[in-house]
Design a protein around this ligand. Structure first.
Ligand code: GDP
Ligand code: MG
Length: 167
């Protein structure tokens, strides 16, 4: 698949909400399907005349922090293998989480090999967008942080501009 974007990150940061916004349909794995384990979901979208495929990763049971290093590695490996651009999503509302650091540790070894964007979701307000600077502490090289709201769409245009520049 050409022009592929993978969204990775711990449960409940809003990966599926962004996926649905990018593909314009409610197709992703959502909370109300909890208990259903699926590895990935593909959708298609378009931005400024460029067409892309989005992969929504994460088939773990929701509302649980009970995910394991092996699952993180599997999700990241899938994303790295199949995607041209990786969106690493964190939660600007709840702030830094231990699992974010585990994802960052796994992603760090791919810096320079594949574009990785740090996406601080749930930045519904300017205050939250501003506070998302705390995620620079994840140490992902020069990765710029894109504060977005998958719910109200704020910041998603700037993010897509940066992403489709690779296509
Ligand atoms: P996933 O587990 O990473 O796929 O996360 P989901 O997309 O299922 O979203 C988890 C929860 O966060 C849901 O209740 C969403 O409605 C909520 N959510 C997603 N994006 C946003 C956002 O931009 N702002 C706010 N306030 N909530 C969001
Ligand atoms: Mg999901």
């Amino acid at each position: 698949l050409k022009n592929t974007i993978a969204i990775v990150g711990r449960p409940n940061v809003g990966k599926s909400t962004l996926f649905n916004r990018l593909v314009g349909q409610r197709k992703a794995i959502m909370d109300n399907e909890s208990g259903v384990t699926r590895d990935r979901h593909y959708g298609h979208g378009e931005w400024t005349g460029k067409y892309f495929t989005v992969i929504d990763t994460g088939g773990y049971v929701h509302n649980s922090d009970d995910i394991f290093e092996g699952e993180i590695n599997k999700q990241v490996k899938l994303a790295i293998d199949e995607a041209d651009v990786v969106l690493f999503m964190v939660d600007a509302d709840s702030g830094m989480h231990g699992l974010d650091e585990e994802f960052a540790n796994t992603l760090r070894r791919y810096i320079g090999k594949k574009p990785i964007y740090l996406v601080a979701n749930k930045a519904d307000t300017h205050a939250r967008a501003h506070a998302s600077g705390e995620f620079y502490a994840l140490g992902l090289g020069d990765a710029e942080i894109f504060p977005i709201s998958s719910q109200n769409g704020a910041g998603t245009g700037d993010l897509l501009d940066a992403v489709v520049a690779h296509f």
